[in-house]
Design a protein around this ligand. Structure first.
Ligand SMILES: Cc1cc2nc3c(=O)[nH]c(=O)nc-3n(C[C@H](O)[C@H](O)[C@H](O)COP(=O)(O)OP(=O)(O)OC[C@H]3O[C@@H](n4cnc5c(N)ncnc54)[C@H](O)[C@@H]3O)c2cc1C
Length: 395
C-alpha cells in the first residue's frame, strides 16, 4: 500500500458507510472505504423493507425496488388478524445487495477508493490515524466507523458498541402464494419474544424472518418453530427455503458518537428504529450529517473533538429524539405479556383507532402515531403507565 494519507477512512462498506464516503468524495476529499467482504451488500442480512424517504435521499437506488407495500396484516398472539393500510405506498421492498452495491458504485464513481476483502483489526490513533489491515497499514486524517453493531472502530475510538442487540434470522422462501403489496407480521412471546416475525413479498420469493431479544433458545430455533406452530405455519406449509441468514440489530444509540479524529455512524452508533429494527432510513439521515461535519472539519483542518461534536448535535436534533421515543415504545411493548398484547389488538381494532393508524402511521416516525393513540384511547395509557412505574430500568 502506498504512503498516501487519505483525508478520511470509512470502516465498513455497508449502505451507511458507502453513503457517507460518497458525500465526502463528492466534496472533493480523498476517502477510502474498507470492507471485509469481497462483494458489497453480501451476504444479505436484512428484510429489505424501507420507506420511500430512503429513495429521496439515495435516488440512484430506485432501480433496486422490487415491490411497493400498501399495508400490513398483523396477527395477534392468538392469531387474530388485523389489517392496516390503504392505497398509500407505505414501504418499499428492495433488493438489498443491489442497493448496497449501487451506493458503493456511486461512491467509487465520485472518487472514493473501495478496498474490499480486508478486515480492519485495529486503529492506532495519533495526529494521523493508522488503520491496521492484514499485513499493511492505511493512514487517514479522519476515521468514520460504519462497521455495524459489533464495530471494531467504535471500540478502537473509545466510543464503545451498542450494549443491547436483537438477534435476527431471515430466509428467502419460494412457493408461497401471498398478496404482493402487503406484509404480514406476527406477534407472540412464544413465537418471537420481545419482537415479531414477518413475511414480505419480494418478487419470486417471500422473505420470512423474525427478531428476538433475551430469548431462551437461539433465534434459528424460533425460525423453525414459525413453520410448525402459530398462524404463520399454515401459510408456510408449501414453502421451500432457499437461503438463510442470521444477523444482529443494535438497540439504543451510543451516548457519544464522536471523538478527536473519529466518528461512528449507522448500526455502529445504534442509529436504528427500535420499534421495527429498521436502520437504513435513520442511518442514511445520520450519514448525510456525518459527511457534512467531516467535510467542514477537513476543510478547516480542524478534526478536534470540539469540531466533530457538531455531528452529534446535528443527528440528535434531526432524528435522535425520534429514535429515543421509538426505544421507549419498544420498552413498553417488550414489557407486555401475550394477554396484554391481545388487549392492545382489541383496542386497535376499534374503527376510529384504525382510521388514525391508517392516516398517521409512518414507519420512520412511529412516535407520532404512538402519542396520538395515547390521547385517543385511554386504555393505551395503562401500558405507558406500567412502563413509567416499572419499565424504565428493565429493557
Ligand atoms: C434480520 C435483519 C433484518 C433487517 N431488516 C431491515 C429492514 O427491513 N429495513 C431496514 O431499514 N433495516 C433492516 N435491518 C437493519 C439493517 O440491515 C441495518 O440497520 C443496516 O444494514 C445498517 O447499515 P450499516 O452500513 O450501518 O451497517 P451494515 O450493513 O452492518 O454494514 C457494516 C459493514 O461493515 C463491514 N465490517 C464489519 N466489521 C468490519 C471490519 N472490522 N473491517 C472491515 N469491514 C467491516 C461489514 O462486512 C458490513 O458490510 C435488518 C437487520 C437484520 C439483522
Amino acid at each position: 500500500m502506498s504512503d498516501e494519507i487519505f483525508d478520511a477512512a470509512v470502516i465498513g462498506g455497508g449502505p451507511i458507510g458507502g453513503f457517507t464516503a460518497l458525500q465526502i468524495a463528492k466534496a472533493g476529499f480523498r476517502v477510502a472505504v474498507i470492507e471485509e467482504h469481497i462483494a458489497p451488500g453480501e451476504p444479505v442480512q436484512c428484510a429489505g423493507l424501507i420507506s420511500p424517504r430512503c429513495l429521496d435521499i439515495a435516488d440512484f437506488c430506485r432501480h433496486t425496488v422490487l415491490g411497493e407495500m400498501k399495508g400490513a396484516d398483523i396477527h395477534s398472539p392468538a392469531g387474530k388478524p388485523l389489517s392496516i393500510g390503504g392505497d398509500r405506498v407505505q414501504a418499499l421492498v428492495i433488493d438489498r445487495a443491489a442497493f448496497d452495491r449501487a451506493i458503493i458504485e456511486h461512491a467509487i464513481d465520485s472518487g472514493a477508493v473501495f478496498i474490499s476483502g480486508c478486515r480492519v483489526k485495529d486503529i492506532e490513533r495519533g495526529p494521523v490515524q493508522s488503520v491496521a489491515l492484514p499485513g499493511k497499514t492505511l493512514k487517514a486524517r479522519l476515521i468514520i466507523g460504519a462497521d455495524g453493531a459489533r464495530s471494531v472502530s467504535g471500540r478502537s475510538l473509545g466510543l464503545g458498541n451498542p450494549e443491547r442487540i436483537l438477534n435476527g434470522f431471515t430466509a428467502d422462501v419460494a412457493g408461497l402464494d401471498i398478496e404482493q403489496d402487503r406484509v404480514k407480521v406476527f406477534f407472540g412471546r412464544n413465537l418471537a419474544p420481545n419482537f415479531f416475525a414477518w413475511m414480505i413479498p419480494a418478487g419470486d420469493v417471500t422473505r420470512v424472518g423474525l427478531c428476538v431479544r433475551d430469548a431462551e433458545v437461539p433465534v434459528h430455533a424460533y425460525f423453525k418453530k414459525l413453520f410448525r406452530e402459530g398462524p404463520a405455519a399454515g401459510m408456510l406449509s408449501e414453502g421451500r427455503i432457499l437461503g438463510k441468514h442470521s444477523g444482529i440489530i443494535p438497540l439504543g444509540t451510543l451516548e457519544k458518537t464522536f471523538t478527536e479524529g473519529g466518528m461512528v455512524v449507522g448500526d455502529a452508533a445504534g442509529q436504528v428504529k427500535a420499534t421495527s429494527g429498521g436502520g437504513i432510513y435513520p442511518g442514511l439521515v445520520c450519514a448525510g450529517l456525518c459527511a457534512k461535519t467531516a467535510t467542514e472539519a477537513l476543510g478547516e483542518d480542524n478534526l478536534s473533538e470540539g469540531s466533530l461534536a457538531v455531528y452529534q448535535e446535528a443527528w440528535t436534533r434531526n432524528i435522535g429524539d425520534e429514535l429515543k421515543k421509538a426505544m421507549m415504545m419498544h420498552r413498553i411493548f417488550s414489557n407486555m405479556d401475550d394477554r396484554e398484547l391481545e388487549d392492545v389488538f382489541g383496542m386497535l381494532s376499534n374503527p376510529d383507532i384504525l382510521d388514525t393508524v391508517n392516516r398517521v402511521g409512518d414507519i420512520d416516525y412511529p412516535s407520532r402515531l404512538g402519542w396520538l393513540l395515547l390521547r385517543k384511547e385511554p386504555g393505551f395509557l395503562r401500558y405507558a403507565g406500567k412502563f413509567l412505574r416499572h419499565g424504565i430500568l428493565d429493557l
